[in-house]
Structures are given as structure tokens and as C-alpha cells.
Write a protein that binds this ligand. Structure first.
Ligand SMILES: [Zn+2]
Length: 120
């Protein structure tokens, strides 16, 4: 999980603890309306962070490079063939790298065609 996401997650978990430390909850066992609303927001952001991490993992595993190029120790999600860091890079940077890789393949294909022309 990117460092900023880890910090957000830690902050949200602290906030969730604070919701349950609320005096209304402590005395009645029920959350106040505000506490309930805060909890729903916290849970939805935590869920989105987990979803983001899962989608990054799936992208890392299935983006088309061979398995031997993937490095995943200690929660890392790197590919040495691209090369690309699926844990820390922004979605825009990952998209940019995929675009560059497409251009590299296209250029290699064109170079291959022109090499064939030289051999005629
Ligand atoms: Zn790759």
C-alpha cells in the first residue's frame, strides 16, 4: 500500500476508535447519529483503500509480463521487466508507462519491417 494510503488508513483506524470512545456510545452502547455517520464514512474510505490495493495487486499480477519478472516480497508489487512499481506509482504514472511500452513495441515492429526492406 502506498505510504500515503498507510498513513490515511492509520488515521482512519484512530478515528474509528474515537467514534467508539464517544460518551454516548460508552454509556448507552449505541452510536449517536453523528457517530454512526462518521463510522459509515470511515468504513467506506477504508473499504476504498482496500479495493485500491486489491486492484493494484491484480494489475501487477496480470499486466502481461512474465512471472519471473515480478517481485512481491514483503508486500512489494514490482515488475523488473517494465520496470514499474505497482505499489507506489500513481495510476497516471502506470498508465503513462503502459503507453510508453506500447510505443516501444510499435517502434520495434516498424524497425523490424524496415530491416526486412534492407534485406530485399
Ligand atoms: Zn511488467
Amino acid at each position: 500500500m502506498p505510504k500515503i494510503n498507510e498513513e490515511i488508513r492509520a488515521w482512519l483506524l484512530r478515528k474509528r476508535g474515537e467514534v467508539y470512545n464517544d460518551s454516548v456510545y460508552q454509556s448507552t452502547g449505541k452510536l449517536s447519529d453523528l457517530g454512526q455517520r462518521e463510522l459509515e464514512i470511515i468504513e467506506s474510505i477504508l473499504s476504498a483503500l482496500e479495493e485500491n490495493h486489491k486492484l493494484r495487486e491484480l494489475l501487477w499480477l496480470r499486466h502481461g509480463c512474465p512471472n519471473y519478472a515480478l517481485y512481491g516480497d514483503d508486500g512489494e508489487m514490482q515488475c523488473h521487466a517494465c520496470p514499474q512499481d505497482f505499489l507506489r506509482s500513481s495510476a497516471n504514472d502506470i498508465e503513462k508507462r503502459f503507453f510508453e511500452m506500447g510505443l516501444e513495441k510499435y517502434k520495434a515492429a516498424l524497425d523490424g519491417i524496415s530491416e526486412k526492406d534492407k534485406n530485399k
